[in-house]
Design a protein around this ligand. Sequence first.
Ligand SMILES: Cc1ncc(COP(=O)(O)O)c(C=O)c1O
Length: 402
Amino acid sequence: MAFLSQAVGRIRPSATVAVASKIAEMRCAGKAVISLGAGEPDFDTPAHIVAAGHQAMLDGKTRYSPAPGVLEFREAIAEKFQRDNNLTYSPDQITVGCGGKQTIFNACLATLDPGDDVVIPTPYWVSYPEIVAMTGATPVFVSCSVDKGFRLDPEDLAAAITPKTKWLILNSPSNPTGVCYSKEELLGFVEVLRRPENQHVWVMTDDMYEHIVYDGLAFHTIAEVAPDLYERTLTLNGLSKAYCMTGWRLGYAAGPLGLIKAMNKIQSQSVSSVSTFSQWAGIAALNGSHDFIATHNAAFVNRRDLVVAGINAIPGLSCPKPEGAFYVCVSCGDLIGKKTPAGVVIENDEILVGYLLEAEGVVCVHGEAFGFSPAFRISYATSNEKLEHALAAMHRAFGALE
Ligand SMILES: Cc1ncc(COP(=O)(O)O)c(C=O)c1O
């Protein structure tokens, strides 16, 4: 439609949000669906956090908040950075957004113009390239192949950087691969960024899954391991995943003051501010007990092991063992080209997940949405019982392909 902007023409709708709408539609129509598509924990927001949000409403904390966020929340975030990451940020260097997604959006809009490049390792979280493209800048993909364990090779990173590169986006633990970089691996990327020809490149590190890490691995973030990159790092995080607060819409970012001020300017002219009582709930989340995280992670790790073993036992599918987050990236190349019992040729991963949905009511997200094909993503943030049903359904559906 000629009336629409070039910006909207450059982007695709979020595949993961589309999947959520499709599930709601199917359930409304009375169909039984097992969703392995949602990027959110199946656990409820912990009661002490809900109580704090409720109390905030009763206390009249129902008006606009300052654009950068409630000061007490930014103070709690500053303490979190000091406590968990050994990073010193003043509340002025912190901005609160409507979920991690909006902080990424604000950062991109504040820094990118047509002609700029952003380096994005693949597989990537679905929204990075679309947000970058919306600004008119160009996403530049660096493949992290399955034989490299989906890990970014520092020399591949070096090869992708040009004078036009503004940002490298890092996401560890990763959605969709679950890769969690060690301190040594991060230092490998740092070595590339420290080279004289790469001094103009900034790092946007998306630490959304910081607390969802398994097998005793330690989480690290780039400004912590390389203090000399502090001045060109934006550290992003949020409460959606580990605190089971997806609907509260709380994300935040910390970085150099000039960048944060520019992000706040955009915020002030777009959403104004994040819901005030959500931020008060966020204070309770950051300052309160974190014991529930270990309980949730114990459930997640158990589900991960169930899914990884189940997938690798299905002919035609394979996946490595993720180290964090709650997703498994499943390679399905051997199934491409086969035919369904109805005679439909499985030409790509989108057709494959469509077939699984039609045949068995099991929802996964096709790999192409994450820049990695042929593959699909499973979210194992659901009960063991549902996961077992879904794995059996995949066995049946994929076994029926000819
Ligand atoms: C890697 C990553 N970053 C950011 C987000 C956005 O989170 P939020 O719901 O807080 O906007 C997600 C959500 O799926 C994610 O997986």
